[in-house]
Design a protein around this ligand. Structure first.
Ligand code: ADP
Length: 454
């Protein structure tokens, strides 16, 4: 199974809202709203029917009709329509409920001579219809028109119809208004909560960043000490060997073993010293940054130079270079070349024969994007998690010191940029660097590292 991993470093662009944060009202689901008020809603008709039973006690024909209607409506409301709600939308179910209620009230009204107790169902139903779907108002209007028409055609008193209709309409409007005010207040509370969650998440990241910073700075101090200790002896070793080589070259006649020293051993030793000096320079840069000043430079020229420097590590693979029109960039060009060399060397070392390493640049508004991609070994999530840690390496002794990416990280951060890494084991790796064309006044500190696995 291939796992695709991404690590992002040095955050200067706005962060994404944390996953799982509340996006809306938990109660905004009409089904939840409906279930929440169902229990109370059932008690209203019960109370009205009980009053009708008491009022019409003895007139059994009427009582029986009203009770039969009550039973049918209760069954339809509580059982049938709730079953239907699983298949149809809430709007359709409520429309069916409305029609059933119009029919039920008309039958009860006819049986009781349109008693005010039956009319009480009208405002009550209108409160009950208050919902969240967009057909609530038209449905309520249809309900009123249908019911009033049935009642008036059946000989009900017009003043009674008017009184209960007014009561129903204003009861409905008040409930609707109150609901939307509560919703607004709840929305504000939830907004504040997600703001707090975001702030908390930001604090967590800053805390992680502070720990990282602390780790880097103590390692940096140690690295600076080691670099200093190595630097001095290395400089006289280098100058002595250079002297020896020069003297050997000046001698007219040399014994065979000395010739070998002149042509192979000493140049190889100097190459070794050059590499040690490179490592020491990395350590010093990592430790306290380069004194090089910010200046305007041509990024593409640095890319070309980095390709030349890393050439020996890229010989075995196919190299592609796509340089976009990137205007002048402000920063430290030598450091940037170092970043590119480190990335290219890593890419070359991870890529086998016939593999491909590509580098590209492009400009996006005030940002410059650099991509170094390879079709090499890729990285495990474990490697990705430690990628920018100083001295972290998976290479055999002598091949890597684990400082390359720590240096890259330090330099990019100091330029106010960030790094994204995408890697798939067995498929390859892509480092995406984003740099502001002009770094901010005070570049950001070491970032939190985060990894996500797709
Ligand atoms: P070093 O190269 O000295 O090991 P780095 O800091 O440059 O140190 O890299 C750390 C580790 O990250 C490497 O040992 C390697 O495991 C991994 N790595 C870096 N770049 C790549 C890449 N392009 N492909 C695969 N692995 C990589």
């Amino acid at each position: 199974m291939s796992s695709r991993s991404t690590q992002r470093s040095a955050d200067v662009e706005p962060r994404q809202r944390p996953e799982g944060s509340t996006q809306g009202l938990p109660d905004a689901d009409p089904e939840q709203v409906h279930r929440g008020i169902q229990a109370i809603a059932g008690m209203g008709p019960m109370a009205i029917n009980l009053s009708i039973l008491v009022w019409f006690w003895g007139r059994w024909g009427q009582v029986l009709t009203v009770m039969a209607v009550a039973v049918v409506l209760t069954f339809a409301n509580v059982w049938l329509l709730e079953r239907l709600a699983r298949r149809l939308s809430r709007a359709w179910v409520e429309t069916a409920r409305m029609l059933l209620n119009v029919a039920g009230i008309s039958v009860s009204g006819h049986a009781t001579g349109w008693s005010p107790l039956v009319w009480a169902f009208v405002p009550y139903n209108m409160l009950w219809y208050h919902g969240l779907d967009r057909w609530v108002r038209p449905r309520t209007a249809v309900y009123l028109v249908l019911l009033n028409s049935m009642a008036l055609l059946d000989g009900a008193r017009a003043d009674m119809a008017l009184a209960f209709t007014i009561l129903g309409v204003f009861g409905y409007l008040l409930a609707e208004r109150r609901g939307s005010l509560l919703r607004g207040a709840l929305e504000k509370v939830l907004e504040q909560r997600s703001g707090l969650e975001r702030a908390h998440e930001e604090m967590r990241r800053m805390h992680a960043r502070a720990i990282e910073q602390e780790k880097l700075s103590s390692l940096g101090m140690m690295a600076a000490g080691v670099a200093h200790e190595i630097n001095n002896p290395m400089s006289f070793v280098a100058s002595n060997i250079n002297l020896l080589l020069r003297d050997l070259k000046e001698l007219p006649e040399l014994a065979e073993p000395l010739k070998e020293h002149r042509d192979e051993v000493l140049p190889a030793t100097l190459e070794g010293i050059r590499r040690v000096n490179g490592i020491v320079a990395d350590l010093r840069r990592f430790a306290r940054g380069d004194p090089e000043a910010f200046e305007e430079y041509d990024l593409n020229a640095e890319v070309r130079m980095a390709l030349r420097i890393a050439h020996s590590q890229l010989r075995h693979c196919q190299v592609e270079c796509e340089l976009g029109a990137v205007g002048p960039v402000v920063g430290r060009p030598r450091q940037m070349a170092q970043v590119l060399v480190n990335l290219l060397v890593n890419a070359g070392q991870a890529t086998s024969e016939q593999g491909q390493v590509s580098i590209s640049t492009r400009q996006e508004g005030t940002w410059v994007r650099i991509e170094v991609r390879d079709t090499g070994t890729g990285m495990s999530s474990e490697t990705l998690n430690h990628l920018f840690q100083p001295f972290f390496t998976t290479k055999p002794p002598g091949m890597g010191l684990g400082l390359g990416l720590a240096v890259v990280h330090g330099i990019i951060t100091a330029h106010g940029g960030h790094i994204e890494v995408e890697s798939q084991p067995g498929k390859g790796t892509c480092f995406r660097l984003s740099l502001p064309r002009v770094p901010p006044e005070r570049p950001y500190g070491a970032p939190a590292s985060e990894a996500s696995h797709v």
